[in-house]
Design a protein around this ligand. Structure first.
Ligand SMILES: Cc1cc2nc3c(=O)[nH]c(=O)nc-3n(C[C@H](O)[C@H](O)[C@H](O)COP(=O)(O)O)c2cc1C
Length: 276
């Protein structure tokens, strides 16, 4: 039994809510429940073989029909990193982390395979294939993240690569039907910038039984989470204005709040995705 895993469970809900009566706490669970994003990195190289280990962990993820509709691209070049950091809204950690990986929804390889075998590939024109590729890429990336964290490395995803999908594709030399779904920074956490577990919504909000429960059943729990997160933002000096509910709702208030991603469908169409 790992006391650390139990502690992480408590922190995941801001100390509110009791851990379940569960006997099999272990190192995997401890590492999963202890996740926190890291945005400051020490200038120390990753262990030899880390990239290959992370890719093997990623490839060990399940894949829909084992089609493996994803690829990953490692960016080391300092100038390219700098340009990607700018495209991602000026996120310095893209530049400064030890390893920057871009996770690709890749319908190109299977299209090339079909062409090579002289068969049609009309199926690739459908939204379903795009969803499959993005889901596959996300599962693979998360496996790599879990492996990295299990050896003490820090990570943070970079969804902001989608702010400028065509420019990112040009920077990375992506052919049509390959989409940079998100990036992942990996590196040794800067010891002078400690990170802590960010509380999540109470389980009663996200866990439904048998049928989807109406929003109204969650209002009280959401208010409790808002109070918890306001204390968290203030303690961590995160500069977040107002409650979690307030800034989360603001993220969907207008198309502008999507920071350029409101034109994603058009961008994907120009990149060769049918999405029918
Ligand atoms: C797909 C995805 C994209 C993300 N994009 C960014 C990003 O561009 N920049 C960033 O600093 N964090 C990014 N994050 C990290 C989230 O902000 C973070 O996971 C969330 O605030 C919860 O914090 P935690 O990971 O420390 O628990 C992203 C996370 C996910 C899952």
């Amino acid at each position: 039994m790992s006391n650390r895993a139990l502690e992480h469970f408590g922190e995941r809900y801001g100390g509110e809510g009791a851990a379940p009566r569960f006997e099999q706490w272990n190192a995997v669970i401890e590492s999963l429940l202890g996740h926190r994003s890291v945005r400051r990195y020490a200038q120390e190289p990753l262990p030899e073989g880390a990239l290959e280990l992370l890719v093997a962990a990623a490839q060990s993820a399940p894949s829909s029909s084992n089609l493996q509709l994803w690829s990953v691209l490692s960016v080391q070049d300092a100038e390219r990193r700098r340009r990607l950091a700018e495209l991602a809204g000026g996120q310095a950690h893209v530049r400064d982390c030890g390893l920057f990986l871009v996770w690709l929804a890749d319908l190109r390889r299977i299209g090339d395979l079909a062409r090579h075998r002289g068969v049609g590939h009309e199926g690739l024109e459908h939204l379903e294939m795009f969803v499959m590729a993005v889901v596959d890429a996300a599962l693979a990336a998360q496996n790599a993240l879990v492996a990295a964290e299990s050896i003490g490395l820090g990570t943070v995803y970079i969804g902001a690569l989608r702010n400028h999908p065509e420019a990112v594709a040009a920077e990375l030399g992506l052919p049509p039907q390959v989409f940079a779904a998100f990036g992942l920074c990996v590196g040794w956490p800067d010891p002078s910038t400690p990170t802590i577990i960010k509380p999540r919504l109470p389980q009663e909000v996200v866990l439904h039984h048998e049928q989807y429960g109406a929003f109204e059943r969650s209002v009280g729990a959401l208010e409790g989470y808002d109070r918890l997160m306001e204390r968290f933002y203030a303690k961590e000096r995160m500069g977040v204005q107002g409650s979690w509910s307030r800034h989360s709702a603001a993220r969907v208030a207008s198309a502008d709040a999507l920071r350029g991603r409101d034109r994603l469908r058009a961008a994907l169409a120009s990149m060769g995705f049918g999405l029918r």
